[in-house]
Write a protein that binds this ligand. Sequence first.
Ligand code: FES
Length: 106
Amino acid sequence: MPTVVFIDPAGHTHNVQAPIGRTLMQVALDNGVPGILGDCGGACSCATCHGYVDEGHAALLPPRSETEVFMLEGVPDLRPTSRLCCQLRVTEALEGITVQLPDEQV
Ligand code: FES
């Protein structure tokens, strides 16, 4: 099972085991990681699962859908590595991915 690293808004690191097929949003919530809400339950309609993925893993992720792009336009600090964690499913290739969570979801 891959390990995913979340860095919460306070700067604390959370190394968690991520089941294959679960989304990064679900993994964070399952493990009580602060800084992610997931208000819409993963329907890509709230953007409260925003995170910044490390550049080394970004290329391994599926491209943003039109809906994800639209939702990300509303986040306060959009960056090239911004993703909605509910749209990213865990695969073996994501071993060690680091996701920094923004301040706005505390
Ligand atoms: Fe709502 Fe990801 S949980 S957009």
